[in-house]
Design a protein around this ligand. Structure first.
Ligand code: COA
Ligand code: AMP
Length: 629
């Protein structure tokens, strides 16, 4: 590919040539004659006259090229004690059959399908089936509670929802159907049908608008690949913003396919016949890009793992999977490694397996703390590659580009901006900041292929959230700096988004839930450092004047309320009733000061504080936390 410098410069100086060349790695029904269409700026479109089918590129293409008998997807599920391998030919047939079932249900080009499933292969089958017929999928993470699912159903207005009878969390079986039924009850939009995959661990009772997966597929005519415009949406993936309403990140077909295909070589170094194991969930962007689409577009084998890194049966499962399937690149969140390390600090379990095929460990989703980096590097003795990106961007913004040219690692930095990403650090008025100075991390427009073209049905929110802070730049919402050698350091979010165990959550939506409790007058949720999960939310509430409720009782109700409104994944386990919240004289809650104290920093009390004694009263409550190890 050339040196990193050369490739990076070419991508920014001649993006047309660069991305048209990358587009040659993809099979087009109609090849694009140009790469970028900026006529609608600040909305940019990639490959405006190209036509393709993403599923064809992920499956049929490889079967036609003679890779039909190669494993495409392995479902490895220690929680159910099952494993199943699909060859490319078998996966194509399953996908074509389910695409036929969807077609029979009236789903066609542009229609939306919500997928609310645990980590079963049918989740990937459903995604690819939508792609096959030009429908738009929206996968909702299984850990979200009914109200969160309902908001997404109302925004995406799906014709069909695809779900399963249950998910499995460690040793617990979680019935999904009651959650789905409740969500549909709450939603204003009613899907026409729900297709339910029955799992033996807990079968669901089906209603008149439900259809068993097997019945849906039985007798359906297998569907062929429908070519669509490169600019057509492939999926909507909702992600947390600062308010309770999630943002529907849109992903296009052409740009995403080109970018992912390219990233599989340049970043993840995984090619045809090699194996990638991404331990995430199909409900997150990492799962979309590097469990499902990326490895399949590359003709590789992907592992869809159902289970946690620790627990069932032990903390050696990642190593077992890596050894058993001869994994070349493993990808997960740092929190998974912190969990493994906690159980097996000496790495005795890793030593039991033959990991000689493992070439790289990729970590993303939250800041990689240097301690975890060191532990993983020493244990595995392979490159440990931090990569920084977001649901919005679809693939990494900053990484060590090992497929192009590996750079020396600086712990704490995900290394260099990848080709296509013109990353800058700016101050409050948009002024460029000198090397080493923290500021807002922004990306000069246009964003490369694969990044979001807009938010679903909400161009105005797209502009307001990302493009309006600094003219001509995309606001990442992260702060950090670039050092004198060009290494990017990402320090944390500048908004109310927190990362809990690699899961992106909004403190704003947790506050909305707490505020809905009848005894709560005001509240605030902050993300504090946590040794295992990186960050966890903590809630602080003031009760209404005259409330005579027992504080502990209300605290327990509030924890339960957030679990019911957002889901267990919110991990809000600590809510404290306090006499008052610290505020500025203009009434703004001093969240940053609270966070600093909770994290054990020497946090100066801002001069704008209204009543310093409120902070002093809160200090001992805030300090009750542990620090990242
Ligand atoms: N369906 C239902 N519930 C779910 C769920 C799902 N898909 N995912 C998580 N939950 C529940 C958990 O069971 C837990 O419930 P509990 O409070 O009753 O115990 C709660 O949500 C919090 O989950 P989590 O934050 O994942 O904590 P955990 O203790 O179960 O596991 C880790 C901690 C670190 C082992 C786990 O988070 C992990 O492996 N993370 C990897 C990170 C990852 O996949 N990131 C994605 C982006 S790369
Ligand atoms: P998500 O959209 O769920 O992928 O979360 C994106 C956010 O996670 C980013 O805006 C960052 O705050 C954080 N993040 C992801 N990867 C990294 C990383 N490698 N280093 C630091 N923060 C990260």
């Amino acid at each position: 590919m050339g040196t990193y410098e050369d490739v990076f410069r070419a991508s920014l100086e001649a993006p047309e040539t660069f991305w048209l060349k990358a587009a040659q790695g993809v099979d087009w029904e109609v090849a694009p004659s140009r790469a970028l269409d900026s006529t609608g700026a600040p909305f940019h479109r990639w490959f405006p006259d190209g036509r393709l089918n993403v599923c064809f590129n992920a499956l049929d293409r490889h079967v036609e090229a003679g890779r039909g008998e190669q494993p495409a997807l392995v479902h490895d599920s220690p929680v159910t004690g099952t494993r199943r391998t699909y060859t490319y030919a078998a996966l194509r047939d399953e996908v074509a059959a389910f695409a036929g079932a969807l077609t029979r249900l009236g789903v066609g080009h542009g229609d939306r399908v919500v997928i609310y499933m645990p980590m079963v292969p049918e989740a990937a089958v459903a995604m690819l089936a939508c792609a096959r017929i030009g429908a738009v999928h929206s996968v909702v993470f299984g850990g979200f509670a009914p109200p969160e699912l309902a908001v997404r159903i109302d925004d995406a207005t799906p014709k069909v929802v695809v779900s399963a009878s249950c998910g499995i969390e460690g040793k617990r079986v979680i019935p999904y159907k009651p959650l789905l039924d409740r969500a549909i009850e709450l939603a204003a939009h009613k899907p026409e049908k729900c297709v339910v995959l029955q799992r033996p661990q807990a079968e669901a009772e089906l209603g008149p608008d439900d259809l068993d997966w097997n019945e849906a597929v039985a007798g359906a005519e297998p569907a062929g690949c429908v070519p669509v415009a490169a600019t057509d949406p492939l999926y909507i993936l909702y992600t947390s913003g600062t308010t309770g309403k999630p943002k529907g990140v849109v992903r296009d077909c052409g740009g995403y396919t080109v970018a992912l295909r390219w990233s599989m070589d340049a970043v993840y170094d995984v090619g045809p016949g090699e194996t990638m194991f991404t331990a995430s969930d199909v409900g997150w962007v990492v799962g979309h890009s590097y469990i499902v689409y990326g490895p399949l577009l590359a003709g590789a084998t992907t592992i869809l793992y159902e289970g946690k890194p620790v627990g069932t049966p032990d903390a050696g499962q990642f190593w077992r999977v890596a050894a058993e399937y001869r994994v070349k690149s493993m990808f997960t969140a740092p929190t998974a490694f912190r969990a493994i390390r906690k159980q097996d600090p000496e790495g005795a379990l890793a030593a039991q397996y033959d990991l000689s095929h493992l070439r790289y460990l990729f970590l993303a989703g939250e800041r990689l703390d240097p301690e975890t980096y060191r532990w993983a590097s020493e244990l595995l003795d392979i490159p440990v590659i931090d990569n920084w990106w977001q649901t919005e961007t679809g693939w990494p913004i900053v990484a060590n580009p090992v497929g192009i040219e590996a750079a020396p690692v600086k712990p704490g930095s995900p290394t260099f901006p990848l080709p296509g990403w013109d990353v800058r650090v700016v101050g409050p008025s948009g002024q460029p900041l000198p090397a080493g100075t923290d500021g807002a991390i922004v990306v000069k427009l246009p964003l490369p292929p694969g990044a979001l073209p807009t938010l679903w049905n909400d161009d105005a929110r797209y502009v307001a959230s990302y493009l309006s802070a600094f003219d001509g730049y995309y606001l990442t919402g992260d702060s950090g700096h670039i050092d004198e050698d060009g290494y990017v350091f990402v320090m944390g979010r500048t908004d109310d988004v927190i990362n809990v165990a690699g899961h992106r959550l909004s403190t704003g939506s947790m506050e909305e839930a707490l505020a809905s409790h009848p005894d709560v007058a005001e509240c605030c949720v902050i993300g504090v450092a946590d040794a295992l999960k990186g960050q966890v939310p903590r809630g602080f509430v003031v009760l209404k004047a005259g409330s005579e409720r027992d504080a502990e009782e209300v605290e327990a109700e509030l924890v339960q309320l957030v679990r019911e409104r957002i889901g267990a994944v919110a991990s809000l386990k600590d809510v404290a009733v306090v006499p008052a919240l610290p505020k500025t004289r203009s009434g703004k809650i001093l969240r940053k000061t609270m966070r600093g104290i909770a994290d054990g920093q020497e946090e100066p009390i801002p001069s704008t504080v209204d009543d310093p004694s409120v902070i002093e009263t809160l200090r001992p409550v805030l300090r009750r936390t542990d620090q990242p190890g």
